[in-house]
Write a protein that binds this ligand. Structure first.
Ligand SMILES: O=C(O)CCC(=O)C(=O)O
Ligand SMILES: [Fe+2]
Length: 312
């Protein structure tokens, strides 16, 4: 399957980095979280984090498939190994991304201005290669999710073809003077179908919620974090649940994550797969992807969950 490697740069994130470099030692007021919502201590993981070998999964290994099922149904995410990306390739991808953030603000904004509303081709460079490899990871996961729902293996990969919407999120978190007063990223579910996230090797900070308790996602070098987003919750009519997660900062180290958000074509409806519906399981959500993405941007700013506003 061929995929377009064209991406739009939508925005350059808020420039906390420059504030820190300029000697600002208090988080700007708009980042401060009300006391009752601040990141508190997290719990120890009750059981080991699910680690799935995608090589074994592609070879139809039954044990790996069962592990995937348990990870997706119990956690909503897993760490993917056996994805075929060499440690040196991943290290280079991270280093190229860091270089971008180290550019002076004006340089970053130049990229943003030139590319805004335009299509930026990143073909031929390492990030382009990374996006192709990540797409392969997403496909393996989508094929296996289809199998878990007793659908044709290519059901989702066909739906997520050429014109589907993929967002590449570069998240940069500078060291923060008051990590307990702010979130790197406040609690949210992703508006994607699935997200494939590559996190800086030595800086943790990603946390997820299960049964109202927050847990740290441990760092497993070269493993990618794959999580379920809202679109897959909707397509599966609630069988899969999108993962509530957040990012906390620390005083010592900067942190970078590279998140690939896979979604549907903008013009498509996001609605449950018809084969999954019957009298006992009526459709629970429906919206056009375009409207969904617009709504998500707005709702995220209010701190609510978009998917909760769509339930029929
Ligand atoms: O930085 C991370 O590890 C997670 C980022 C994230 O959740 C997002 O961009 O939606
Ligand atoms: Fe996220």
């Amino acid at each position: 399957m061929e995929y377009s490697q064209k991406f739009k740069i939508l925005d350059i994130p808020p420039v906390v980095q420059e504030l820190v470099a300029g000697g600002v030692h208090e988080p700007p007021v708009q980042y401060k979280v009300p006391e009752q919502d601040r990141p508190a201590a997290v719990s120890e993981m009750p059981e080991p984090i699910p680690v799935i070998d995608l090589g074994r999964l592609s070879a139809n290994n039954a044990e790996e498939f069962a592990k995937l099922q348990s990870a997706l149904e119990n956690w909503g995410f897993f760490l993917a190994v056996g994805h075929g990306m060499e440690p040196s390739f991943l290290a280079e991808t991270m280093s190229v991304s860091k270089e971008f953030f180290k550019l002076p603000l004006e340089e970053k904004q130049k990229v943003s201005k030139i590319a805004y509303g335009d299509t930026l081709s990143i073909e031929g460079d390492i990030l382009s290669e990374y996006t192709v490899k990540c797409r392969a990871v997403a496909n393996i996961v989508l094929q296996n999710m289809a199998k878990l729902l007793n659908l044709d293996e290519e059901y989702f990969t066909n739906k997520f073809a050429d014109t589907s919407y993929t967002l590449v999120g570069f998240n940069y978190y500078p060291p923060c003077p008051k990590p307990d007063h702010v979130f790197g990223l406040r609690p949210h579910t992703d508006g994607s179908a699935i997200t494939v996230n590559f996190i800086d090797a030595d800086v943790s900070g990603l946390q997820f919620e299960k049964n109202s308790t927050w847990y740290n996602v441990p760092i497993v070098p070269t493993a990618l974090v794959v999580n379920i987003g809202d679109v897959m919750e909707i397509l599966s009519n609630g069988f899969f649940k999108s993962l509530m997660h957040r990012v906390v900062t620390n005083t010592e180290k900067e942190r970078l994550s590279l998140a690939m958000f896979y979604s549907l074509d903008m013009e498509m409806d996001i609605e449950p797969v018809p084969d999954l519906l019957d009298d006992k399981r009526p459709p629970r959500y429906k919206i056009k992807n375009k409207d969904y993405i617009a709504k998500q941007t707005y709702i995220f700013a209010t701190g609510k969950q978009t998917i909760d506003t769509l339930k029929i």
